[in-house]
Structure formats: structure tokens, C-alpha cells
Ligand binder design. Structure first.
Ligand SMILES: Cc1cc2nc3c(=O)[nH]c(=O)nc-3n(C[C@H](O)[C@H](O)[C@H](O)COP(=O)(O)OP(=O)(O)OC[C@H]3O[C@@H](n4cnc5c(N)ncnc54)[C@H](O)[C@@H]3O)c2cc1C
Length: 431
């Protein structure tokens, strides 16, 4: 049996929240950071990776983010959290802590066969870089087979894509894919409009949890560029080549992307305490309401905003929470009275394609589209990288975006050591 490893502060999950927290807490305490991957997936870059609209590094090696800090990193999978015994079971052995920070994020939720038949079998999630590659490959292959189909309806069915869910990720991937389909239409000699992106959303508008002005601007942009929106529509079933809506409408589809929500990470779901919308309820210091030695941040935490609603699950909130929990844990360990944190949405920026973006900033008071919105979107990632590793890290990651803009190339990890994925779309018209 493996020995139990002990630490002052154990952080589970090296994503936006966990990495931010680890670097800060390590200034004063012994920190052990655990993640099943030795890299962080920069999920906000995944829609661009699907479309190849800008060269980007999607994976950030944890070692790069921790360089120069005393944080210890353990690559391991968390199997079980036992807050009563202050113990975490991993596939490399048990870990004991004085304080625990749960930053395990969430995971994509694709409905089970009993609720939406065919969804789990045929729909593709977008969560990891592999998913982005799989979607990109499928869409390309479908356009290729559409080019060989005999009739226009067959071509339309093979080349079209259905995105289920019009939240942040669904809308971004739809916008980015529209660019991709236009490029594939040209490459394979399809007629304009034969390859279409359809978005299915059960709410009466897209981006239901975002400011109405932002949702309107994004909807206008998508529709103008040819995306078809199906609102107040829910999915009854998914088949190998179509999505069937509750009202009986059949949307033929060469690829189906499921962006219809997230659920708790398995280790969080198994905690055995009441969760709020699959997240750990925390107070204003981000301390668990059930266990005083446990804190939760990012997608894994249910943080209540002053209006009584839960804060959105976003990279922006995860980073704020990572910084705030560092203060809470340090004060807790020093025996100081708790100080509430004030997390808030400061705006939202969506990249919708090579030339399309929309943003609301200044707490929703300023609406931007086009390149200023694109700048805000890129600035958010730059801000994160700067906060983590200063110019060294931000420079290494943003270099290729600023200095070598080349459409259709996606890089994994640090561009200087990257495996590069060439654009699989042939340039020649094949029929
Ligand atoms: C396609 C897409 C686009 C998005 N775009 C944006 C955007 O533009 N702006 C924005 O603000 N937000 C965006 N988001 C949401 C944002 O990515 C998340 O809210 C954010 O990543 C949450 O950060 P986190 O630190 O809580 O979790 P994560 O960043 O998901 O990190 C959790 C970590 O926990 C690890 N982990 C999980 N389970 C285990 C286990 N059992 N053992 C060991 N390790 C484990 C994972 O490997 C991961 O590294 C997007 C999400 C998606 C899917």
C-alpha cells in the first residue's frame, strides 16, 4: 500500500482556478497540486481550434505555469474525496491535507439514451483538444463526401452541422464553424449554402444567461453569415445522420456537436453532500458550507451572487476565485478572521470567427463588435497568462498569434515545443 503523502494545502485540479490559487498560496504555505493531465486545456481556445481560424496554443504545460514557484505538482487522478478524514484517494496513493481546495472543474453533459436516444452515441462533445480535432476531421470528411453526392439535398445533408445548445461554447463553435464551412465549400466546389450550421436551443433566445443586447448582436451576426437558429426547440433524438426535434422537424446533419450543458466532475458528484446544480455550495470566503477545511473554486463551486443567482461557470470567475481563495486559505491557516470575497462578471467576449466577435464590458454597459471585441477576447487570455507567468509565459503563447498569423494551423502546448497539426482541408477542388 502506498504511503500517505501530507501537505498544508492540497489543490485538486490545475485549471484556471487551481493554477491561479496554487501559485498564490505557495508564497506562504506548502502546496501540492494534483491533476490527471500535465497540461491545462485552455478551453476558450477550443472553438478556434475546431475551425482553425487562428493559430493558437490550446494546451498549457503545468510545468510552464509553475516555473519559479515552490508548488509541488503530482500527476494523478482523484478517485475519492473524504472530507471527514481529510483524505483524498488518488490512483497514485492517498493524500492528507490541512486545507483542501477543490478546483476539479466540470465535464460535458450528453444526455443518456433513455432521455435523448442517440445523443451519447452520435453527438460529439467539445471539451478537450482531441474533441476539437475529431470535430474538425468529421466536418472536413463530411464536406468531402458531400462533394461526391449526386443531389443537392444529399450534399446539404452530408455537409451540414447541427450544434445543440446556444450557450457560450455552442454559440462560439457555431460562429467559428460557419467560417470553416465556407472555406470547405470553396475547397470542395459545393454551392453556396449547401453546407449550413444549424443551432438548436430550447430557450427563446441564444445566450440565455447573458445580457440581451449581447445575445441580439451575436444572433444578428450569426444569421447574417448564414447560420440557422432554431429557438424554443428541443432535441428528441439524434441519429447517425440527423437531429430530430420535439416538433418532428428533422435536421439532416453530417456532424452533431453537443454543447448543451455541463455536469459535476465525478469526484465532486461522489462527495455525498448536497450539491447546488452539481456544484459545491460555498460561502463568501469560498469555504464549503458542509466542511470547514474544504474550499471550492471555479466550475466546481456554487457561488451565490448578490441577486441570489449562482455565478456563471466561466474562466473569468474561475481566475477571480483562484485569487480570492488564496487570501481565504492564508487567513484561515494564520488564524485570522475570514474576509469575504467579491466575485463578479465583468463582461463577456465571444469569438465568432476569423473576423467576427462580440463583447459586453464594464458590467454590461458597453457593447462592442468586430475587432475591438476580438481584442477584448484575446486580452482575457493574455491577462490570465500574464498573471500566471508574466511576459515569459504570455510571450511564449501569444507569439504565434501576433507574429505569424497563418490561417488553419493549430498548435498544441508551448508553440516552441509544439506538435503542429497541419490543416487537413485540401486546397484543390475535387470535382
Ligand atoms: C468550448 C468551451 C469554450 C469556453 N469558452 C470560454 C470563454 O471564452 N470564456 C470563459 O470565461 N469561459 C469559457 N469556457 C468555460 C471555461 O473554460 C470554464 O468555466 C473554466 O475552464 C473553469 O475553470 P476551472 O479551473 O474550474 O476548471 P478547468 O479549467 O476545467 O480545470 C479543471 C481541472 O481539473 C482536472 N480534473 C478533473 N477531474 C479530475 C480528476 N478526477 N483527477 C485529476 N484531475 C481532474 C482537469 O484535468 C482540469 O485540468 C468555455 C468552455 C468550453 C467547454
Amino acid at each position: 500500500m502506498a504511503d500517505t503523502r501530507e501537505t498544508d494545502v492540497l489543490i485538486l485540479g490545475a485549471g484556471f482556478a487551481g493554477l491561479t490559487a496554487a501559485r498564490r498560496i505557495a508564497a506562504s504555505h506548502r502546496v501540492l497540486l494534483v491533476d490527471r493531465h500535465a497540461y491545462q486545456t485552455l478551453r476558450p481556445k477550443l472553438p478556434e481550434a475546431v475551425a482553425g481560424t487562428s493559430p493558437c496554443a490550446v494546451r498549457l504545460p503545468v510545468a510552464d505555469a509553475l516555473e519559479g514557484t515552490p508548488v509541488e505538482f503530482l500527476p494523478a487522478s482523484v478517485l475519492e474525496i473524504d472530507p471527514e478524514r481529510r483524505l483524498v484517494e488518488t490512483d497514485t496513493g492517498p493524500l492528507r491535507y490541512a486545507r483542501l481546495v477543490v478546483a476539479l472543474g466540470s465535464q460535458p453533459h450528453i444526455p443518456a439514451p433513455g432521455s435523448v436516444p442517440g445523443a451519447a452515441e452520435f453527438a460529439l462533445p467539445l471539451w478537450d483538444f482531441e474533441h476539437a480535432c475529431a470535430i474538425r476531421r468529421r466536418v472536413t470528411l463530411q464536406a468531402h463526401s458531400a462533394a461526391r453526392a449526386a443531389s443537392a439535398p444529399e450534399r446539404r445533408a452530408a455537409a451540414s452541422v447541427v450544434v445543440v445548445g446556444a450557450g457560450f461554447a455552442g454559440v462560439e463553435v457555431a460562429g467559428q464553424l460557419q467560417d470553416r464551412l465556407v472555406a470547405l465549400t470553396e475547397a470542395f466546389g459545393l454551392a453556396l449554402g449547401e453546407a449550413q450550421v444549424h443551432v438548436v436551443e430550447r430557450a427563446p433566445r441564444i445566450l440565455p444567461t447573458f445580457a440581451p443586447a449581447l445575445a441580439r448582436a451575436v444572433a444578428q451576426d450569426l444569421v447574417r453569415r448564414g447560420v440557422v437558429l432554431h429557438l424554443n426547440a428541443s432535441v428528441r433524438a439524434v441519429t447517425g445522420d440527423a437531429v430530430i426535434l420535439a416538433d418532428g422537424t428533422t435536421l439532416p446533419a453530417g456532424a452533431v456537436i453537443w454543447a448543451g450543458g455541463v455536469r459535476a466532475a465525478d469526484a465532486v458528484a461522489a462527495l455525498g453532500a448536497p450539491l447546488a446544480a452539481g456544484r459545491i455550495p460555498v460561502d463568501s470566503t469560498l469555504r464549503s458550507r458542509a466542511w470547514p477545511d474544504v474550499y471550492a473554486v471555479g466550475d466546481a463551486a456554487a457561488v451565490t451572487a448578490p441577486n441570489g443567482e449562482l455565478l456563471a461557470q466561466s474562466a473569468q470567475i474561475a481566475m477571480q476565485a483562484g485569487a480570492a481563495v488564496a487570501v481565504s486559505v492564508a487567513r484561515d491557516l494564520a488564524g485570522l478572521p475570514p474576509r469575504p470575497s467579491h466575485l463578479s462578471e465583468r463582461g463577456a467576449a465571444l469569438g465568432l470567427g476569423a473576423r467576427s466577435a462580440a463583447a459586453v464590458v464594464a458590467a454590461g454597459n458597453l457593447m462592442l463588435t468586430g475587432w475591438p471585441a476580438r481584442l477584448i477576447k484575446d486580452a482575457a487570455l493574455a491577462h490570465y497568462l500574464l498573471a500566471l507567468g508574466g511576459l515569459r509565459l504570455a510571450g511564449a503563447y501569444l507569439d504565434p498569434v501576433i507574429l505569424q498569423p497563418r490561417r488553419g494551423r493549430i498548435e498544441v502546448g508551448n508553440p516552441r515545443m509544439a506538435v503542429q497539426h497541419a490543416d487537413p482541408a485540401p486546397r484543390l477542388v475535387t470535382r
